[in-house]
Design a protein around this ligand. Structure first.
Ligand code: SF4
Ligand code: FES
Length: 253
């Protein structure tokens, strides 16, 4: 049983009825919030209160609540996933705030992430980028080669694994002044570019994924590095450099 003293908070939350409605910030008071609760539990508490008062709860995205799925996209006090580093919103705890704090909670902002309702945005643009090339073809006609039969050096395997930890949350886009998806696309390109299994479609992959990102309305990369700072999985800018090299050589051939 927690002995922590509850916090009193002022919440300034973006409310928007639907994709076409004009949204606005609404103010809510919430008292006796445990510092041990997660940020999403705090929002659950607010929603219980709103429902009990006959008001509409705040819509927000969540699924795993353990930093795996990437659903919990919230802009908290001007930062994607809030004040912590290398964590998602669902891993953020209220002990990161103080009693009496005012907290601004908004959806991720980008033309390619339109708001569906309140704090929920549509990130299907990321799915379409993945569909454009974020896969490998495997021969399943009876001649399948065991993946372990193809040697991969340790350094490449580690870097490919690091790139593959991208959870598609979109914080990199929300952090970028150009709303660029470069870190996301670079992670998805790199996880295959580093492996022999990824070479067959390598050229088309990078060309098609970059093209799709542009068509979705994501902006260009201007190397500010805000994406790397806000990425909950620590995806390195090194991946953007690799994607650019892949793109350049694929464009020449
Ligand atoms: S690169 Fe990082 S911030 Fe961007 S979608 Fe992947 S995990 Fe999220
Ligand atoms: S709810 Fe899945 S990462 Fe936060």
């Amino acid at each position: 049983m927690s002995t922590s003293k509850g916090m009193n908070l002022t919440l300034k939350i973006w409310r928007q009825k639907n994709a076409n409605a004009k949204g606005q910030i609404e103010t809510y008071q919430l008292s006796d919030v445990s510092p041990d609760s997660s940020f999403l539990e705090m929002l659950d508490m607010l929603n219980d209160k709103l429902i009990n008062e006959g008001n509409s709860p705040v819509a927000f995205d969540h699924d795993c609540r353990e930093g795996i799925c990437g659903a919990c996209s919230l802009h908290i006090n001007g930062e994607p996933h809030g004040p912590g580093r290398r964590i998602t919103t669902c891993q953020l705890h209220m002990r990161s705030f103080k009693d009496g704090d005012t907290i601004y909670i908004e959806p991720f902002r980008a033309k390619a992430f339109p708001v569906i309702k309140d704090l929920v945005v549509d990130r299907e643009s990321f799915d379409r980028i993945q569909h454009a090339g974020g896969y490998v073809s495997v021969n399943t006609s009876g001649n399948t080669v065991d993946a372990n039969a193809i040697p991969v050096d340790k350094e490449s395997a580690d870097k490919a694994f690091d790139a593959a930890t991208c959870i598609g949350c979109g914080a990199c886009v929300a952090a970028c002044k150009n709303a660029s998806a470069s870190l996301f696309v670079a992670a998805k390109v790199s996880q295959y570019a580093l492996l022999p299994q990824g070479q067959i479609e390598a050229k088309n992959r990078v060309l098609n994924m970059v093209k799709q990102a542009e068509e979705e309305g994501f902006g260009p990369c201007s190397n500010t590095g805000a994406c790397e700072v806000e990425c909950p999985k620590g995806i390195s800018l090194e991946n953007i450099a690799r994607m650019n090299r892949e793109f350049f050589s694929a464009s020449l051939k």
